[in-house]
Design a protein around this ligand. Structure first.
Ligand code: GRF
Length: 191
């Protein structure tokens, strides 16, 4: 990580964008020493796209089907990130496996948040699967991204005890924990 006081980060998302919102607000208020200078999204109709506009963050929105291969759209993502001087990529609900092109360009500088205590419940539907399993301690994990699905080295985790059976209530608890964990982790990583 560069030693300058404010870092340039990108947030990648595919949907609602609440983590994007929290990270961007923390950057704008100076809670983290960073500027969110780019939001990357693979779903043109996602809420996070209008959120980026409302929050004054430049965005790159693409449809994978418009590119012959993953390498082609990732090359374009890397080009945009470099153009913006991005130092760290924060995945927050980005529903695509990161490929070689992006991993090689940003080796060790891509992190992700996942709504479980990894390595348990990797992949989509982590919260539902954990509840179906009868888990009593849920959680959230921030990890480095590698070529595996939610499998890179763990940076930080937060446990959440919950014994109820209300998925909405649990999801809200996990999301609230995610927001705090992401900010705390970025504060540490960007120091
Ligand atoms: C979060 O729960 C995150 O852990 C997972 O996707 C969700 C994204 O939510 N990877 P949002 O788009 O940030 O609201």
């Amino acid at each position: 990580m560069a030693t300058q006081s404010r870092h340039k980060i990108a947030v990648f998302a595919s949907g609602y964008g609440s983590n994007f919102e929290v990270i961007t607000r923390a950057a704008q208020s100076g809670e983290i020493p960073a500027d969110v200078v780019l939001m990357v999204c693979d779903k043109p109709s996602a809420r996070v796209c209008s959120l980026a506009d409302a929050m004054g963050v430049e965005k790159f929105v693409f449809s994978a089907k418009d590119y012959p291969t993953k390498s082609d759209y990732e090359r374009e993502i890397v080009r945009r990130c470099r153009e913006c001087g991005i130092e760290l990529i924060c995945l927050a609900g980005y529903m695509r496996i990161v490929g070689e092109e992006l991993l090689n360009a940003y080796k060790g500088r891509i992190i992700n948040i996942h709504p479980s205590l990894l390595p348990a419940f990797a992949g989509a539907r982590a919260i539902e699967q954990a509840m179906e399993y009868g888990v009593k301690v849920y959680g959230a994990t921030i990890h480095y991204v590698d070529e595996t699905l939610d499998g890179g080295k763990i940076i930080a985790q937060q446990a959440i005890e919950y014994e109820g059976d209300n998925i909405e209530e649990l999801t809200a608890l996990i999301h609230a924990a995610e927001y705090k964990l992401y900010i705390k982790t970025l504060q540490k990583l960007l120091k």
